[in-house]
Design a protein around this ligand. Structure first.
Ligand SMILES: Nc1nc2c(ncn2[C@@H]2O[C@H](COP(=O)(O)OP(=O)(O)OP(=O)(O)O)[C@@H](O)[C@H]2O)c(=O)[nH]1
Ligand SMILES: [Mg+2]
Length: 198
């Protein structure tokens, strides 16, 4: 575990793990659902890969969103393939590094998993600066958590004047099935009862 968490360990490896080696442009799940129509790496990506650099290539990703929407779970599944049903709130921020080889060039992705709890906001906000990617996470079963994403983005944008990518990620899709099943169940019961009263 220590080895897989160590940034230096990952950087010193001759290559990234197989699933982190990206040599072909990954297509979107659905071409009709995405605003991005590119079919190959952007010329800036190819140029960045070709340029000679002695310094490690690092991108910073910050993960933001309401309390308990599933930010840490998302990061843990992505980095360690581990999922825990027990809720353990993040205190301030957690940090991970993922090594990628893009077109055979090593890149490191710093992942800053922030706390959603109000009392840790000031600590978490001090890590917003210099983000290349802002990931806004919401719970698919909570409209409120989606509407709060705008505020999270505004706060992160205040600390970041440069260019950054924004990702909006919905979690807990499995719970939507439960909600739909309950919804249909109550709808049927309600309709059955209302017929009786007619
Ligand atoms: N059913 C279901 N539960 C999930 C999913 N993702 C996360 N959870 C649960 O939601 C709870 C909160 O998850 P966390 O990942 O700790 O949430 P968080 O956003 O990091 O919370 P804070 O660190 O307090 O901001 C935990 O009990 C998780 O097991 C999911 O996809 N489906
Ligand atoms: Mg967390």
């Amino acid at each position: 575990m220590l080895e897989t968490r160590s940034a230096v360990y990952k950087m010193l490896q001759p290559s990234a793990s197989e699933e982190r080696r990206i040599v072909k442009w990954p297509p979107p799940y659905s071409m009709t659902m995405t605003p991005y129509q590119e079919r190959d790496f952007d010329v800036t990506v190819r140029r960045a890969c070709l340029s000679v650099s002695s310094a490690p290539r690092i991108s910073k990703l910050i993960v933001l969103g309401d309390v308990a929407v599933g930010k840490t779970s998302l990061v843990n599944v992505f980095c360690h393939k581990k999922y825990n049903n027990n809720y353990k709130p993040t205190i301030g921020v957690d940090f991970e590094v993922e090594r990628f080889d893009i077109l055979n060039v090593p890149f490191n992705l710093q992942i800053w998993d922030t706390a959603g709890q109000e009392r840790f906001k000031a600590i978490a906000a001090s890590y917003y600066r210099g983000a290349n990617i802002i990931m806004l996470v919401f719970d698919l079963t909570s409209l409120l958590s989606l509407s709060h994403c705008k505020q999270w983005l505004e706060e992160a944008a205040r600390s970041n004047t440069g260019n950054y990518f924004v990702f909006l990620v919905g979690t807990k899709r499995d719970l939507m099935v439960t909600i739909i099943v309950f919804g249909v169940y109550f709808f049927l019961i309600f309709n059955k009862n209302s017929h009786k009263t007619l």
